[in-house]
Ligand binder design. Sequence first.
Ligand SMILES: NC(=O)C1=CN([C@@H]2O[C@H](COP(=O)(O)OP(=O)(O)OC[C@H]3O[C@@H](n4cnc5c(N)ncnc54)[C@H](OP(=O)(O)O)[C@@H]3O)[C@@H](O)[C@H]2O)C=CC1
Ligand SMILES: O=C(O)C1=N[C@H](C(=O)O)C[C@H](O)C1
Length: 250
Amino acid sequence: MEKDRQETLKIGLVGYGRMGRLVKETIEKTSGVECAGIVSPEYNSELGQIGGKLDVIIDFSHPSNLDMIVSYAEKNHTPVVFATTGYSAEQIKEIEQLSQTVPVVYTANFSLGITVFQQVLRQITPVLRDVFDIEIIEKHHKMKLDSPSGTAKMLLQAVEEGREYEKKYGREGFGKRGDEIGIHSVRGGTIAGEHTVLFAGEDEILEITHQAHSRQIFATGAVQAAKFAAGQNPDLYDMNDVLFKKEVTE
Ligand SMILES: NC(=O)C1=CN([C@@H]2O[C@H](COP(=O)(O)OP(=O)(O)OC[C@H]3O[C@@H](n4cnc5c(N)ncnc54)[C@H](OP(=O)(O)O)[C@@H]3O)[C@@H](O)[C@H]2O)C=CC1
Ligand SMILES: O=C(O)C1=N[C@H](C(=O)O)C[C@H](O)C1
C-alpha cells in the first residue's frame, strides 16, 4: 500500500502578484501539490530561504528574478515552470541552457485555446501567407509591463515558421503597407488577455481570436505544468508537451 502512495509535490512560488496569488489558491485546491514557500517582497527574497527541498518552482514574477531561479535550480536540480514574460534574447538562452540540466516548462500562455491556436496557425499560414496580409493584435490590462505580450510573440513565431517577415510594432506615418507583419498592443482596464491574428485578403478576412475571460486558465495550466515537469527528464517543454504528450519518461 505504502509503495502506491504518491508524494505531495512541494512547489516554490516566485512572484505573489495577480498571478502568484491565484496560483497559490489553485495549488491549495489541487491534489498532490502544496505551496512550500513564496519569493516576493513580503515573504522570502530568494528560493534558498524557503526551508526544505523543493520539487518544482513556478515563476510568475519579473525577468529580474531569472538569475536567482536559475542558480537555485542548477544547484538543487529543481524542475522549473517559467511563466514570466518580457525576457531578453540572452535571458531566453539562459532558460534554454538550464533545460539541459533540469526539466523546464517555458510558455507565455498556459491556456488550451492558445496552445491549439499555435497549431492552427502552423497549418493555415503556409496556405494563406502569399495572398493575405497578416496582423497580430493583443489587448491587456493597464498594469501589464511588457509589450507586445509574450503570447503575441509566440503566435508570431508560429506565423513566421518557414518565412521571416519585417515587423511593424504599431504603425504611424504615411505610406502603403509593405511586405510586413503589424503587431499592435492595446492596454486598458482589466482585460485579462485577448489575442487576434488577422489574415486580410482581397474582399475577405479570416480572423482568429482567443479571449481569456479570467486568469484562472493560466493558473490551472501552470499547476498542471508543474506536475508534468516534476516527472520529466531535463529538456525544454511547452504546453503542447504538457497537454498532449503526457507520458512520464524514465
Ligand atoms: N505564461 C502565462 O500564461 C502568463 C504569464 N503572465 C506573466 O507573469 C508575470 C507576472 O504577472 P502578474 O502576476 O500579472 O504581475 P504582478 O505585477 O501582479 O506580479 C509580479 C510579482 O513579481 C514581483 N516582482 C519581483 N521583482 C520585481 C520587479 N523587479 N519589478 C516588478 N515586480 C517584481 C512583484 O512584487 P511586488 O508585489 O512588490 O510588486 C509581484 O509579486 C508577467 O510577466 C506576466 O506577463 C501572466 C499571466 C499568464
Ligand atoms: O500579463 C498578463 O496579464 C498576461 N501575460 C501573458 C502574455 O504576456 O502573453 C499571458 C496572458 O495573456 C496574460
